[in-house]
Write a protein that binds this ligand. Sequence first.
Ligand code: NAG
Ligand code: NAG
Ligand code: NAG
Ligand code: NAG
Length: 558
Amino acid sequence: MFSLLVTLLVSSQTLAQTWCNKNYIQGQPVVPPGGQFSVPELSSTPLLVFRCAPIITPYLEEDNEAGVIVETFVTYSRYSGAEPIGIAGPSSTAALAVSIRVNGTLLAQAMVGLNSTSELHFPLANLSQPRHQPFIIDCTASYASPDSPGTQTFSTTAALSYLPPPLSGSVTKRDARTGALLVKPQGSSLYETIFPIGFYTSFDKYLDSDLLILDQLKAQGFTIVHPVPTFGDLKALAKVLDRMEELGLFLIYDMRHTYNDPAALAAEVNMIKHRPNLLLWYTADEPDGTSEPLDATRRAYEAIYAIDGYHPVSIALNCADYEFAAYSAGADVIMPDTYTIANDPAFSAKYNTSCTLDFGCCGCDNCRGELEDVSRRLDDFTMRLDVLGWVHDKAVWAVPQAFGGEEFWTRAPTGREFIIQAILSVNHGARGIMPWIDPTPADIKTASSALAIALGSVKTFFFDPQVKFSRVVSNRIDVGMWTLGAETLLLVANLNAHDAGLKLPLFDTLEVREVLNYGVQRTIGDKTQLRFEFEGLGCGIFVARPKSLVLNVQGDEL
Ligand SMILES: *[C@@H]1O[C@H](CO)[C@@H](O)[C@H](O)[C@H]1NC(C)=O
Ligand SMILES: *[C@@H]1O[C@H](CO)[C@@H](O)[C@H](O)[C@H]1NC(C)=O
Ligand SMILES: *[C@@H]1O[C@H](CO)[C@@H](O)[C@H](O)[C@H]1NC(C)=O
Ligand SMILES: *[C@@H]1O[C@H](CO)[C@@H](O)[C@H](O)[C@H]1NC(C)=O
């Protein structure tokens, strides 16, 4: 986040540091930063990507059944772990005999189709006792080709957590199918999904000075608060965290200044881990920006799991493409900082240099200065997680820009610019929204509160494993559609600064409910289509009840 950037850059003049491993001071040489993600090479024959992952992390003693997601993805790209499979063509309807075992004992088996995702379930009693160390599940898939003799066997493993209950404090579970976090809300005995939305929030001289700020945040619909250290006064911190707990606000606990110091990290984890409203740990803040040691996040991650193990770990990354795999290895939740509003990402207002793929610091790494920077970054991260085999293990969140008027940014976003960043992010996979930073301009606070209430009211669509998702991008109008039963949730955003329109063929739309509207004039044309008319940067959230949804879109400029 940029407060760290400020600190870094002040010292950088003397230390000759880099940002995203690029030089950025006038007169410095241009040195390619390296560390880019390698896009997988192509194969001339089909490859099988065979993957297993626990559905829920962690399982607890109180649960009866566990499940494993089995993925049999067929591709021509050399994804991590992809192996040649002797099928005639990619559209083969062949099936694989899949079995999962622990320590040689069969837990479940099934025939699964090629290029499919299935779930295999088994009683947790089959794992003997819960324990702190994960169980290694061995997954095998056998393929008997009709065209050639013999059987091909593929194997992989999954680490499944089956934990004893925590001595005190709470558990944050993750659902690998949807990226959802599950918590027990205050006073409830059942786990429920949460849509995490709330700001990075200044602590010293803000949160610490007025506990009523928390009451307001709760009333405004936010579900999380991320106090930003330093925490000058630990008694004040305890009061803030107590009040958050009373109000049912979940905590992201930030250890950006201590995660590299094992003793300090252990002390903080031990101080906080018993808090029932702890949702996530947060360690490295833009470690790629400052080129922290490549194992820094991973070491902190392992240290936190050794002491706690009941709450996931998160980080924020600033760079477009610098050592993604190394830093992401140390997190369960990864959030890119893509601050593109009121910024010229080609010329650094602060350093009086141009910014390129190899040089410069512009506040939005390798950006083009358009809203698509936000969705492109999320798409890139999702693609890399998929290539690495981590899509089921790690979720992506967004950090919408909620500041400006300093450094590289000539002004803060408007309320509508804020909302459109967030809607675009959710459409491109973000399963939490944590803007930088509160205090924020009043219109952003108002808009983000409306968004928090809206997202909370429709979260079932994002987090029900049965949901069918599709996305349409046409004429810079971005539409995410989540269909569950007879209803379709639509998140719509016109990225154009001018008016535009879009028709979606939704047959027999019975009713459209408006959940959030910033400049969308919706009209239902006839019985066969849903027509949206947008103002510039118009965006909103709607629920339609069609009988069927045909994805054949016509862009339609007004
Ligand atoms: C596998 O499934 C995906 C998603 O359903 C699809 O896009 C892809 O074309 C399929 N691949 C093959 C080789 O059939
Ligand atoms: C695995 O099997 C071995 C030998 O049968 C046994 O000693 C060990 O405790 C088992 N481990 C687990 C996790 O069940
Ligand atoms: C797994 O658990 C079920 C239910 O307790 C039991 O019937 C079955 O025999 C167990 N299987 C193994 C391999 O332990
Ligand atoms: C910015 O850089 C240009 C040369 O690239 C120089 O002429 C100009 O004086 C610089 N401006 C400032 C404010 O340093």
